[in-house]
Unconditional design. Structure first.
Length: 455
């Protein structure tokens, strides 16, 4: 991987501005497609288009397209006609081709597909477009080596050589029966140690790990990690082999999902990038900011009803931020644990009550420690004549807030998961705003009651 320095960028920009085609071609000729895509991030659209058109190797140009960020790729594609795009797609693996076509406007997709020269490739792409993009079917490719279980090893090797001519990468050799149902995988070691076996079904590894076309991508990623796979076969409802998913595709999806979850947890409602327009970024950020404003207004109304108590005992106001901050932190911690468990497959909805019980015990221990520490601090540091009531009010409030925030932070992501909503939403402003409001209500109620008792 090449790291571009400021000097490198300036030199390349000078080459582009001077329209030195020979020097520009020499620059990109030695670069990896991923490096060219990174370089484009430093160039404006006109410069990137000029440099892209100078790449002589068409396959390399297609690879550069796939390495670009989605927004940069979209801008570059807007300057091409459907026939050009179709020719580039013709050079891509089917999984990459489907990803690119899905980014096009729906009215342009059919026209682009009509310009794909390889009819079989076009047919595979049309078939793959029918699958949900968040499932194994939407992620898989159809380029793989497939042999019949009844072939002898010599015949199998001949068939593998024939199919390998059309492939860039070979991960596994899949073995199927006469109905194309997946039966096993043929390891390279068996080809070497059993060169004259009568039928490969006698030496194949039967019942390999596979997924069905409708399996969610999150579950696919878990299986890749669990079984340390570099590729995984995909089968349909009756076990027929329809494609394979490779580890690089899974890693791309996991990275994109992590970015989406991080943004959602930060209160950003849609997928945006630092290079996106001001309007796009504002639209993504403003919803939760407005909800936060509503939460703040609710808090001010609660405090307005508590004004007399604060006026009488000013020490009560000092600990309002402590109540809100503690509730928010505890809630985010609890929800983060649950979201992480759901993401890595170590926590399932059927075990929800067990997780809630465990979190409740954790909450009890945390609440005892936190409320005791704060109670003692207030008791020994506050000179006010109301220090007993203030210490008890704050300590008891913190105890109740920690319990509520933990249980609430556990329940919300579990509920969202059951409703098929991204549970990462529960680690963001939703938890913090709710805990702020509820925590303040608990504090107001507890303080009012304590003051009345001691008075």
């Amino acid at each position: 991987m090449r790291d571009f320095t400021e000097t490198d960028i300036e030199r390349i920009e000078q080459i582009i501005d001077s329209q030195d085609r020979e020097a520009a071609q020499q620059e990109v000729k030695e670069m990896h497609p991923a490096d060219i895509a990174e370089l484009f991030q430093w160039l404006n659209l006109k410069q990137a288009e000029w440099l892209f058109n100078l790449i002589e190797d068409k396959e390399k140009k297609a690879d550069v397209l796939m390495e670009l960020d989605e927004e940069d790729r979209k801008k570059l594609l807007e300057g091409m006609d459907p026939e050009q795009i179709g020719h580039y797609i013709d050079l891509l693996d089917t999984d990459d081709a489907v990803d690119l076509i899905q980014e096009l406007d729906k009215e342009d997709r059919d026209e682009v597909i009509s310009h794909i020269d390889d009819v079989e490739q076009a047919g595979d792409i049309v078939d793959l477009l029918q699958y949900d993009e968040d499932t194994a079917g939407g992620l898989m490719g159809t380029e793989m080596i497939v042999v019949n279980e009844n072939l002898s090893m010599p015949d199998c090797l001949k068939e593998m050589r024939r199919q390998a001519e059309e492939l860039d990468d070979i991960y596994y050799v899949y073995v199927v029966d006469n109905d194309n149902r997946l039966k096993g995988i043929l390891p390279l070691k068996k080809m070497i140690t059993h060169p004259s076996v009568s039928k490969i079904k006698h030496v194949m590894e039967a019942d390999p790990v596979s997924v069905r076309t409708e399996t969610p991508i999150d579950d696919v990623a878990i299986d890749f990690e669990k079984y340390d796979l570099v590729a995984m076969p995909v089968v349909d409802g009756i076990g027929r082999l329809v494609g394979q998913i490779t580890v690089d595709d899974v890693m791309d999806e996991v990275r994109e999902q992590s970015e989406r979850d991080y943004q959602l947890a930060s209160g950003i409602s849609s997928d945006v990038d630092a290079s996106d327009s001001v309007i796009a970024q504002t639209k993504a950020r403003i919803p939760w900011l407005l909800i936060g404003i509503v939460g703040g207004i609710v808090n001010s109304l609660i405090l307005g009803g508590f004004e007399a108590q604060i006026a009488a005992v000013t020490a009560l106001a000092i600990f309002i931020p402590l109540i809100g901050g503690t509730g928010g932190n505890v809630g985010v911690q609890a929800s983060a644990i649950v979201v992480q468990g759901l993401a890595n497959g170590r926590l399932e909805i059927k075990n929800a009550w067990s997780q809630i019980g465990r979190e409740f015990l954790v909450a009890m221990l945390n609440a005892v420690v936190i409320s005791t520490v704060v109670f003692l601090y207030i008791f020994f540091t506050q000179p006010s004549e109301y220090k007993y009531s203030v210490a008890l009010a704050v300590g008891a409030s913190l105890f109740a807030v920690v319990i509520f925030a933990t249980v609430f932070g556990t329940l919300v992501p579990l509920t969202l998961e059951r409703l098929k909503i991204n549970p990462a939403l529960a680690t963001g402003p939703f938890i913090q705003i709710t805990n702020d409001v509820v925590g303040l209500l608990i504090y107001v109620g507890m303080s009012t009651w304590m003051l009345s008792v001691f008075q």
